[in-house]
Design a protein around this ligand. Structure first.
Ligand SMILES: NC(=O)c1ccc[n+]([C@@H]2O[C@H](COP(=O)([O-])OP(=O)(O)OC[C@H]3O[C@@H](n4cnc5c(N)ncnc54)[C@H](O)[C@@H]3O)[C@@H](O)[C@H]2O)c1
Length: 393
């Protein structure tokens, strides 16, 4: 069969735009023609385009004129309008995490610490509804770029659940490191919250996904989250925090530690940690305690490789693993970090879906449930952990 050619465009020329472009080079099920990039930082967009031999577009509209799909690789605050613009033209939108959220009331003195979190939940749910309504009217679709769902260890666990009819009793997982570097990350008005949304969305989405898989396998219907109790803290903003220079600590109005205790509609549970206070490199894992097996998905670090380096300087030019503080001594280099993280797998799945209509694992519904759970969790954290019900989609 002749491969279809899909014309594509990238919106955002930063960190995510870079790895999306890189992963597009690995898509093999379709031919991908990257037409160009659009970003509000026009200098960054020009450099991005020049380095890759693609065009830098002057507006989103002009880019949309030339493509079948756009990658939404911008800060979360503009995911909704960009995705809707694509959907209104019957195009596909590959949307980075988090799908959407609440970014304040537009006032200069908006402060993530002090506003009523019920507002955030109400606005985030309204944003979700607008995106889902646009998708329902469109011939295009939202493809939710949640790489954890496509990480090979999570997909292997899916196979175990499907083939053994497992019942998941408890999951616990974490995404953590020593602090995100994007300047905008420090402000609720750009990120829609702190670490609970920025990092918590990854293990949470994987947990929501696996309970859906279990429900569909055992009863024909997905098992959804029902309620959440959460705590969120700003540890590096504590007056008594002593900065030794290893942990980012210039956050403006966001949480840097969070825990969500999710109760599913079958009464089983998941505990999801997210933080920006962890040394030793990125710490991404999910453990599944089922009635017939137990699995630990070590996304990063994992034990695929172990190396001992007696002197930092030897590894000066060698990438070891995300966010590691030192390359000296024993470490776990990731021989193909993108692969373990699920980036090329999600792109392959999305382009097969666009070209041939193949079903995807990470759709707008799971993205919506994730956002709904997290903003319910912020409401709970404001009430020092009281359980808050979750609306599902
Ligand atoms: N899945 C992952 O592992 C992962 C990792 C990092 C970031 N992300 C997500 O990717 C998204 C982008 O993050 P990033 O780290 O690349 O940010 P970044 O700051 O590195 O880049 C953002 C880019 O978006 C552009 N931009 C901003 N507003 C725009 C607008 N209105 N229209 C067009 N372009 C606009 C900027 O000019 C810049 O080029 C976020 O949603 C983030 O959560 C996901």
């Amino acid at each position: 069969m002749k491969k279809k050619t899909i014309r594509t465009g990238i919106v955002g020329a930063g960190f995510a735009g870079t790895f999306h472009f890189g992963c597009l080079q690995k898509v093999y099920g379709t031919d991908v023609e990257v037409r160009g990039v659009f970003a509000t930082d026009t200098e960054q967009a020009s450099a991005f385009a020049q380095q890759r031999g693609i065009r830098a577009y002057v507006s989103l509209d002009k880019l949309l004129d030339d493509v079948d799909v756009v990658h939404v690789c911008t800060p979360p605050v503009v995911h909704e309008p960009i995705a809707i613009a694509a959907l209104e033209r019957d195009m596909f939108a590959i949307v980075e995490k988090p799908l959407t959220g609440y970014f304040g009331d537009g006032s200069d003195d908006f402060n993530g610490d002090t506003f009523a979190k019920q507002d955030a939940l109400d606005h985030a749910l309204a944003s979700i509804e607008r995106m889902l309504a646009a998708e329902a009217k469109s011939k295009g679709q939202i493809l939710y770029a949640e790489n954890w769902i496509y990480a090979p260890s999570i997909q292997k666990e899916r196979e175990i659940i499907e083939k053994t009819g497992a019942q998941i009793l408890w999951m616990h997982g974490e995404e953590a490191h020593s602090g995100s570097h994007a300047a905008t990350y420090a402000h609720w008005k750009f990120s829609g919250g702190g670490v609970m949304i920025g990092k918590g969305c990854h293990p949470l989405s994987a947990a929501l996904y696996l309970k859906r898989v279990e429900g569909k396998t055992r009863n024909g219907t997905p098992i959804r989250p029902r309620g959440v109790s959460a705590r969120a803290h700003a540890i590096t903003r504590l007056k008594n925090f002593e900065d030794k220079g290893h942990i980012r600590c210039d956050y403006h109005d966001i949480d840097d530690f969070s825990v969500m205790h999710v109760v599913f509609d079958d009464g089983t549970i998941a505990d999801i940690f997210a933080s920006d206070i962890i040394l030793g490199g990125i710490h991404n894992w999910l453990e599944v305690a089922a009635n017939n097996h137990r699995t630990v998905c070590n996304i990063n670090p994992n034990s695929a490789m172990k190396t001992y380096n007696p002197l930092e300087v030897y590894f000066e030019d060698i990438y070891v693993v995300e966010k590691t503080g030192t390359k000296q001594g024993w470490s776990n280099p990731s021989p193909d970090e993108d692969w373990f993280t699920g980036y090329p797998q999600e792109m392959e799945a999305f382009y097969r879906s666009i070209a041939y209509g193949e079903a995807i694992e990470s759709d707008s519904n799971i993205a919506a449930d994730c956002i709904s759970t997290i903003y319910s969790a912020y409401v709970s954290a404001e009430k020092a952990g009281a359980e808050v019900p979750i609306k599902t989609f």
